[in-house]
Design a protein. Structure first.
Length: 385
């Protein structure tokens, strides 16, 4: 079944890094030096392993994926790795030869990923063996997701496609219009309460019926402004948080906003630019903006609770929460932990000399980080006496 809103034939991709702080960009923000602070927590590295070549110099994001038994990582050479989650020992390696893009999803016995050539792929999580491969409409620049029955892939040209998780056969295809110029990336779709929620380069968020692909609602979060196509970029590349009756998201050069998950009605929005993952904890929303400011907002009202500016210009990853602390990584390979109530810096660890391949992942209060050169490590934190 296909619900079409006429997407353009091809999207022109724009590197986020060129906009947000590459050294070759004359408009790049001068990064703050590493700040001093009173250390309140100790960081314990549990293990460290190599996961191939990472993302190297590309602008592709490849976050690791974590399950109860394993951690999965991939590199730009198409190698996918499965590691024991407790010890970090490599259990298998799959040489797929694919140009993997968007990142991995792991669950229900499968590892899912999409490619720059427009293939959706499922591997066996136990062995790395390929289970199925299905052509989709174009490049897959978002992490897939699954509920064990349907695997959801979103492509750069505005399609969200549901594939049978066992066979890879297409079940439905939702399509919406996206602009010709977009950022290199997309938000991971979210499955919740019989719906798929997805964000698009047009600045819109849509709710789609999971079983049929029928549209439920589509709402614009941010309006494009400015004269040039560059000025008018309002991509929804930040992760969608679907919780407490709301769909929380942020757009590039646009808004931090929340929509009613039933009907898409906007509750509040704040001027803010971000293309990174959001996180939440005890009713607060955490976002690292495009300038390197980390902010906490009250979920119900949108009121900003605190702002951490000591990491300004350090080209931050998105935020994650570990043990009640907010964590980001920066362009020099440092991880920074902040108090979720105040934003105060409380811990720091130098993971690697390179930037991160994507926002770290937290599972069972352990943080897993992958650097751009393929260094994968697991960290636990402990409060000092």
């Amino acid at each position: 079944m296909k619900h079409s809103f006429s997407a353009p034939a091809a999207a022109v991709l724009l590197c986020v890094m060129a906009l947000a702080g590459c050294s070759s960009n004359p408009n790049a923000i001068e990064p703050n030096p590493l700040p001093d602070f009173d250390k309140r927590f100790d960081v314990d590295r549990l293990w460290r392993s190599g996961a191939g070549d990472g993302v190297e110099e590309s602008a592709v994001t490849l976050r690791p994926a974590v399950t109860a038994q394993r951690v999965f990582a991939a590199d730009v050479q198409g190698r996918v790795y499965g590691f024991d989650r407790e010890k970090g020992k490599r259990q298998w390696r799959a040489k797929t030869g694919d140009r993997i893009s968007g990142g991995l999803y792991a669950g229900y016995g499968q590892v899912l990923y999409g490619t720059r050539e427009g293939d959706a792929v499922a591997l066996d999580a136990e062995t790395g063996e390929e289970l199925w491969r299905t052509p989709v409409s174009s490049e897959v620049m978002a992490e897939p997701t699954s509920n064990g029955l349907l695997a959801i892939f979103q492509t750069i040209d505005g399609h969200v496609q549901a594939l049978d998780a066992e066979t890879g056969e297409q079940v439905w295809d939702y399509e919406t219009t996206v602009p010709n110029l977009t950022l290199l990336g997309a938000a991971q779709p979210v499955i919740e309460s019989g719906r798929v929620y997805a964000g698009f380069a047009s600045g819109k968020v849509a709710a789609i019926e999971l079983e049929t692909g029928a549209p439920i609602w589509e709402r614009r979060v941010a309006e494009p402004t400015g004269r040039s196509e560059l000025d008018r970029l309002v991509d929804v590349d930040s992760s969608l948080l679907v919780e407490n009756g709301g769909v929380f998201t942020a757009t590039f050069q646009g808004k931090l906003a929340v929509l009613d998950w039933e009907n898409g009605r906007p509750y509040w929005n704040k001027d803010l630019s971000s293309h990174q993952e959001l996180s939440s904890y005890l009713g607060s929303l955490f976002v690292a903006d495009s300038d390197g400011l980390v902010r906490a907002a009250e979920q119900r009202s949108g009121s900003f609770l605190w702002q951490q500016d000591k990491l300004y210009g350090r080209r931050l990853t998105g935020t994650v929460v570990q043990g009640g602390l907010v964590v980001v990584g920066d362009f020099e390979g440092y991880l920074h932990w902040m108090d979720a109530d105040t934003g105060e810096l409380v811990a720091r660890y130098h993971h690697d000399g390179d930037p991160f391949a994507g926002t770290p992942v937290v599972y069972d209060d352990v943080l897993y980080a992958l650097s751009a050169d393929g260094r994968l490590a697991a960290y636990r934190i402990e409060e000092r006496d």
